[in-house]
Design a protein around this ligand. Structure first.
Ligand code: SAH
Length: 306
């Protein structure tokens, strides 16, 4: 009897302590409080008992403990030492403890071990670099189910011609299949954030596409700087031409090849665009195949984007 009492007391004590945590806005701390949202995210990830799950920003561990019930192991990366300690306390002396590995630090700087799935309500302020760190991680994981700010999620799934179609859309879709799963309103979080949220699923393409991602990113960065302009107009911008010219000169000199007679970078680039009949295309309506074709043509003529 006394034992039950103590347990009850300590649970209440924990709860009070949790209420007492002052959430840090700089770290985007908004704790998911609706268990149904967590249940749905776990279902959509099709979590198996043999899976190693990566969670980015576990906070006080509302999602973590649910995953620990189902997974072989959870690796949780948390930047805030207070919350990491809170989470450690929450699993202490329970059967979950040996299955949890907490990495304290910035996810963007951390070296990631192997994982099968990534399930997380992530810190929104690092959404973009977080996605590419995940998608460029090797070996390739099976799937990620992630909560993002709604507009960010909409950008991830946007298709050519959509208003929100941008470099983030095409770069993500190059590397993964992306599906919008559900909308999650502000009131499912404590404290409620200013923005609405949505959950998406990312399934990395395996094998990955046969492109050098740095080159690809360099090309889409230029093309989407002015996504409503024609490629011909974009590639006439002097800073763009200067950058490509510099790279080209390095490329030629590394191969001990002199520049061609009457070399003119702009003419060379526009010539390639015209040959491909792409000079009048605009990034806003170009798809992955268009950019693949363009990158291949540029690279085959020694034009590089990194
Ligand atoms: N997943 C928890 C908390 C989400 S809030 C839940 O749903 O209840 C976002 C969490 O990410 C916070 O715990 C915050 O401290 C953490 N965080 C913020 N920036 C981070 C970073 N760069 N690396 C790892 N964790 C980070």
């Amino acid at each position: 009897m006394p034992k039950v009492k103590t347990e009850k007391k300590s649970r209440v004590h924990n709860e009070v302590q949790k209420q007492g945590i002052v959430f840090n806005k700089d770290f985007g701390q908004h704790i998911l409080k609706n268990p149904l949202v967590i249940t749905t995210m776990l279902e959509k990830a099709a979590l198996r008992p043999t899976d190693v799950v990566l969670e980015i920003g576990p906070g006080t561990g509302n999602m973590t403990v649910r995953m620990l019930e189902k997974a072989k192991k959870v690796i949780a990366c948390e930047i805030d030492t207070r919350l990491a300690a809170e989470l450690q306390k929450r699993v202490q002396a329970t059967p979950m403890q040996p299955k949890l590995q907490i990495l304290i630090g910035d996810f963007l700087k951390a070296e990631m071990p192997f994982f099968d799935l990534c399930i997380a309500n992530v810190p929104y302020q690092i959404s973009s670099p977080l996605i590419f760190k995940l998608l460029l991680h090797r070996p390739i994981f099976r799937c990620a189910v992630l909560m993002f700010q709604r507009e960010f999620a909409q950008r991830l799934v946007a298709k050519p011609g959509d208003k929100l179609y941008c470099r983030l859309s095409i770069n993500t879709q190059l590397l993964a299949r992306v599906d919008m799963l559900m909308k999650v309103g502000k009131n499912n979080f404590r404290p409620p954030p200013k923005v609405e949220s949505s959950v998406v699923r990312l399934e990395p393409k395996n094998p990955p596409p046969p492109v050098n991602f740095t080159e690809w990113d360099g090309l889409t960065r230029i093309a989407f700087l002015r996504k409503n302009k024609t490629l011909a107009a974009t590639f006439k911008v002097s800073s763009v031409i200067e950058m490509l010219e510099k790279n080209y000169k390095v490329f030629r000199s590394l191969r001990n090849e002199p520049l061609e007679e009457g070399f003119n970078m702009q003419e060379k680039v526009i010539g390639i665009l015209e040959e491909l009949e792409m000079a009048t295309l605009r990034a806003r309506s170009m798809d992955i195949d268009d950019f693949m074709r363009l990158l291949r043509a540029f690279n085959s003529k020694g034009i590089h984007f990194n």
